[in-house]
Design a protein around this ligand. Structure first.
Ligand SMILES: [Zn+2]
Length: 354
């Protein structure tokens, strides 16, 4: 049996899930998923092209889950939705599943314009404030050293730093927030939502689970068509986010099989166990590629191993994601005592199979 190509695997995986609803266009159109639960798409640059946001009706107002990027198009769509939906019942609260710009980018504006609170977990709120305030130390000696140790060529390090500092989507942060906790209950209209915190893609990602009706608002914690980024960055170079990610998937796998999953990207779907298994297998394949690339005890750098995992041509920003993803899998293998790392005379980390 030959190895499945990525494309045919994607098609097979897609066919194993159920998609009970047609997605709305990315123009402010609204799909009713259930009474008082609406699905809208906000536009986004890049291959994804959209982010799903959800509107939840309460007895005295509306809650929204995720906000879209800080771009004018998204703001005008929110104003259009407000005219249609928030005149009888006002917007009441904003929930951000996590800090990434496509999820939290309009939180400060929405909170200020509609005078409503923003709900987030502690880890996500403070990560957002650090990134929005430029506190991530782009181009710092420790960030340069992180890329150098990973074996990234010096000219590419420069390009990466320039590209990070030009980040066009940095937003302002709401000045305060209401903290969400794992397992906390939120009563919104007739539904009780339980917060399920996941890790690995972001520090403390909040999903909302309505057990009575079998609905999960999943954010980026469970996507139907792509695997969420699981990255190691210079801020926490020895982190093992893949272990956290796989543990979080184990928790989602236990949800009822009939659960309707409302992801942040891609179509609404069913078949949670199958999707969890597909994602577990994806990471197992990535780990196996690295294992196979390190069998001969010839030391290799993270940057060299990155090209074994990601064979397509990468943009500068892709390099950051691909390197972060490679390091996430290497740190998992390190913690699993399968490989070792040493520093060569140039200060570059060299990985070997044990
Ligand atoms: Zn995200």
């Amino acid at each position: 049996m030959g190895a499945m190509t990525d494309r045919s695997r994607k098609l097979t995986e897609r066919a194993q899930l159920d998609y009970p609803l047609t997605a709305p266009a990315t123009d402010g159109s609204v799909i009713t998923i259930a009474p008082g639960l609406l699905w809208v798409r906000m536009p986004m640059q890049g291959a994804l092209g959209h982010i799903n946001v959800y509107l939840l009706e309460d007895s005295d107002g509306w809650w929204i889950v995720d906000t879209g990027l800080r771009i004018d198009k998204v703001k005008s769509l929110w104003l259009k939705l407000a005219a249609e939906y928030f005149s009888e019942k006002p917007l009441k609260a904003v929930i951000c599943t996590h800090f990434h710009y496509d999820h939290s980018g309009q939180s400060a504006w929405l909170s200020d314009h509609f005078q409503v609170p923003v709900y987030m977990t502690h880890g996500e709120y403070f990560a957002m404030r650090v990134f929005n305030s430029g506190g991530a130390d782009i181009g710092s000696p420790s960030q340069r050293d992180f890329f150098h140790r990973s074996g990234v060529p010096e000219d590419l390090i420069e390009d990466i730093i320039v590209s990070c500092s030009k980040d066009p989507f940095r937003a302002s942060s709401p000045p305060g927030y209401i903290r969400l906790f794992d397992q906390q209950s939120l009563q919104i209209g007739s539904r009780q939502w339980r917060i399920i915190v996941g890790q690995g893609h972001s520090p403390e990602h909040a999903c909302l689970y309505c057990e009575d009706e079998g609905i999960l608002i999943a954010g980026d914690q469970l996507l139907p068509e792509i695997s969420s980024n699981v990255l190691v960055t210079d801020i926490e170079p020895f982190a093992n986010p893949l272990a956290l990610w796989l543990q979080s998937l184990d928790r989602l796998e236990k949800l009822h099989q009939d659960t309707l999953i409302l992801p942040a990207h891609g179509p609404v779907f069913k078949n949670v166990k199958v999707r969890v298994h597909q994602l577990q297998s994806h990471h197992e394949r990535q780990l196996n590629v690295l294992r196979d690339s390190m069998t001969d005890a010839q030391p290799v750098t993270a940057f060299q191993l990155m090209s074994c995992l990601f064979k397509r041509k990468l943009s500068v920003m892709d390099n950051i994601l691909a390197l972060g993803e490679t390091l996430a899998h290497l740190n998992w293998l390190m913690d699993n005592h399968e490989i070792s790392v040493s520093t060569d005379s140039d200060g570059i980390s060299q990985y070997c199979a044990k």
